[in-house]
Design a protein around this ligand. Structure first.
Ligand code: ATP
Ligand code: MG
Length: 402
């Protein structure tokens, strides 16, 4: 069965791309899995000019397969860690190399490896980037949707947007929306709102719902730490997320979502423009899920607007949500005094974000821990004192900003 319904052509030469089963696939990072080649499409003319424009055929499918396999090994019990099997996956069918396809020496990848030879095909070069691999390692989601307290409208918007990912097969394959979707299967969302309102929590919860890892990248960090290297790092982030089918989460994305600057006075401004353009290009080539989180952005670049499936506003919680947030931040084991009334606490904490409530619980518990014996319980005055302290501090900072 052909892998693609329509054979794509090279955008530079117009030649039909050739399917080769001698491509390469980088390992997905599990020490227990060894991965060899994968089918790729390449342009013979680019190839002659030693340009590596090859693309892997259906990387999502092979990545999904590898992830399943990895989960299976991780969740299986073995008598001892040493008896865990090492599994080798060879995506290259055992057949001869395509006729007339000899890779020139020094080419970027070596397709002349024997299909099922003893030596493992070297993996794809890591995307060149200044970010350490540690930073670019997707992690398991830390929270789930049950822990996210939002008003019903915001929750519904999140569910609707995420459903595009959950129902991909029905939408894109069975109903063939793949033929008309301008943005491919990519789903880009923008979460915006004040600090501590649950944007990161929501991203984690969505990754959890999708059964994917999450790759968290801070734009602000990219820009300040790696001056001049930002575009390279942005590319590396997209590549890593695609390779591992992770949900890509760009935190602190305010500057990147703003309008591109038309008069460039300083090189820093130019850097921002280049980073924005790189992000747009990478977004267009990305097939996965990406979430941008920002504090209030008023001046969106329309190029980003068009590419987002949804913008979700995270607001400060109303009293009803504050009560639920207090509730879910008080673990069963935390000793509470009888005078703690969550409805009252919710009224008392007007203006608090979920993050403030989280901090207040910790602070209140710390006050209680300094007492002895029967007094060592969290009382209403501890919680009120803690949240007042946090909100006063915030107010003072905001006033000094003005
Ligand atoms: N809507 C919410 N429901 C439940 N808990 C919340 C909510 N908002 C915040 N919290 C609590 O506060 C913590 C911090 O929130 P989170 O990091 O998601 O905020 P954020 O919007 O990403 O903030 P920032 O803009 O500063 O990155 C969460 O881990 C959670 O404990
Ligand atoms: Mg956050």
């Amino acid at each position: 069965m052909p892998l693609l319904k329509k054979r794509p052509v090279c955008p530079v030469h117009g030649d039909a791309l050739i399917l080769s089963h001698h491509g390469r696939k980088s390992n997905i990072g599990s020490p227990l899995l060894e991965v060899r080649g994968a089918p790729i499409l390449y342009c013979p003319a680019c190839h002659e000019q030693r340009q590596d424009t090859s693309v892997e055929v259906e990387p999502a499918a092979s990545n999904a397969f590898l992830r399943k396999l990895q989960r299976l090994i991780e969740n299986s019990e073995f008598p001892s860690p040493l008896q865990r099997p090492k599994i080798s996956v060879d995506f290259n069918p055992a057949r001869a190399k395509p006729e007339g396809f000899d890779m020139p020496a020094g080419a970027i990848y070596d397709l002349s490896q024997p299909a099922s030879g003893a030596s493992a095909a070297p993996s794809l070069p890591e995307p060149e980037s200044d970010l350490s691999l540690q930073t670019l390692r997707p992690r398991e989601p830390r929270q789930n949707l049950d822990q996210l307290v939002l008003d019903s409208d915001t929750l519904a918007r999140i569910h609707e947007a995420v459903n595009v990912l959950v129902s991909q097969e029905l939408l894109f394959d069975t109903w063939n929306l793949a033929s008309v979707a301008r943005t491919g299967r990519r789903v880009a969302l923008n979460f915006y709102g004040p600090p501590g309102t649950g944007k990161t929590l929501a991203a984690d919860a969505i990754a959890d719902l999708l059964g994917r890892k999450i790759l968290v990248i801070s734009y602000a960090e990219l820009e300040s730490k790696y001056v001049g290297e930002t575009p390279k790092n942005i590319k590396a982030a997209f590549a890593r997320a695609a390779e591992q089918n992770a949900l890509l989460f760009f935190d602190e994305a305010d500057s990147i979502l703003g309008k591109r600057l038309t008069s460039i006075n300083q090189s820093a401004d130019n850097g921002i423009n280049v980073a924005r353009s790189t992000t747009l290009i990478e977004l267009d080539n990305f097939d996965g899920a990406v979430i941008f989180a920002s504090n209030l952005v008023r001046n969106y670049d329309t190029a980003f607007l068009r590419r987002m499936l949804a913008h979700v506003a995270f607001k400060l919680p109303a009293a009803e949500q504050r009560q639920a947030i207090w509730q879910c931040h008080l673990p069963e084991q935390l000793p509470l005094a009888a005078d703690v009334d969550l409805a009252e606490l919710a009224r008392f904490s007007d203006g608090a974000a979920g993050g403030d409530i989280q901090n207040a619980v910790l602070l209140a518990a710390s006050y209680a821990s300094m007492r002895k014996g029967e007094q060592q319980v969290v009382a209403r005055r501890d919680l009120e004192r803690a949240i007042r302290f946090i909100l006063d501090g915030k107010r003072r900072i905001l006033e000094s900003d003005d």
